[in-house]
Design a protein around this ligand. Structure first.
Ligand SMILES: [Ca+2]
Length: 286
């Protein structure tokens, strides 16, 4: 059975994205007007706003159990449980990257730059690499990014560490799926009532009130300040595995341990991004 309740719609148009500095962005500057350079955080959930108004939350070094126990309801065989050590802290997006933070191909050029819905239909390799290159160059040029740090897609280990925020349960808020509508936009009753061709597998009673994409931050944050880690858009990791489930994903598949691999050129209407800022790997230091 296909894990994704909704079959993907793959756009064949070549989506070319670049970052824009939209009008509402708040620069991170001190009282003298100088750009504040990024530095490590101290406490989990501490926030950083970059020069383009993108908010990030600090994830401190630590360790956790990734994957799911054998008896976890809804688990898949590739969720092998193992201890992961996070040697170095990192910053991770408080929100999914929004459409307003990108300009798009001709299929998207009608969107207002203020659009705070998350950006979908972009590949984890070509499109992400282009955006990250632009962001790294812009922030470095402004003096906001130290040379040993970089913007990147999270590893799966980093993503799950940040999503769990210290919780070993199915969801960061516990095990009870009935609490999910407070925290996530998933395939719920409102989606079912759209009578979309794929919505027949949606949850019949739980209702998050969004039949498709929701503006980022419409639901409660996890204990480290991250919104929409479950649902809304699934999120690319650097190995092209999507994590967290989406607006078209069943409630069970919004679990912290759930994972779904895709091809490196796939673009899906239910997968987006959440960037990290991390120390460069040793071989990339110059
Ligand atoms: Ca929904």
């Amino acid at each position: 059975m296909d894990r994704w309740i909704q079959t993907s719609v793959i756009l064949t148009a070549s989506a070319i994205f670049c970052l824009v500095n939209h009008a509402s962005a708040q620069s991170q500057r001190d009282q003298s007007g100088e750009v504040t350079q990024l530095s490590p955080g101290e406490q989990a959930g501490e926030e950083w706003i970059n020069s383009h108004g993108m908010a990030f939350c600090w994830c401190p070094p630590g360790s956790y159990l990734a994957g799911s126990p054998a008896k976890e309801p809804g688990r898949y065989a590739d969720e092998t449980q193992r201890r992961v050590v996070i040697d170095e802290g990192f910053w991770i997006g408080k929100f999914e990257v929004t459409k307003g933070q990108w300009t798009g191909s001709p299929i998207r050029n009608c969107l207002a730059v203020e659009d705070d819905h998350p950006q979908d239909n972009a590949s984890c390799t070509k499109d992400a690499a282009r955006a990250l290159k632009a962001l790294n160059e812009l922030e470095a040029k402004l003096g906001a990014l130290p040379p040993e740090w970089e913007y990147a897609l999270p590893t799966e280990e980093q993503w799950e560490y940040a999503a769990r925020a210290g919780a070993a349960t199915r969801f960061y808020f516990g095990d009870d799926v009935n609490d999910l509508p407070k925290h996530a936009n998933f395939s719920d009753r409102s989606y079912y009532e759209t009578l979309d061709v794929y919505s027949n597998a949606a949850h019949r009673t739980l209702n998050d009130r969004f039949a498709s994409l929701a503006p980022v931050g419409s639901f409660a944050a996890n204990p480290w300040g991250l919104h929409d880690v479950y649902g809304n858009l699934a999120e690319w990791c650097d190995n092209c595995v999507a994590r967290g489930g989406s607006w078209a994903t069943s409630a069970e598949n919004c679990r912290s341990a759930y994972r779904h691999p895709f091809g490196d050129r796939d673009t899906e209407q239910f997968i987006g991004f959440r960037f990290v800022i991390r120390r460069k790997q040793p071989e990339r230091l110059r």
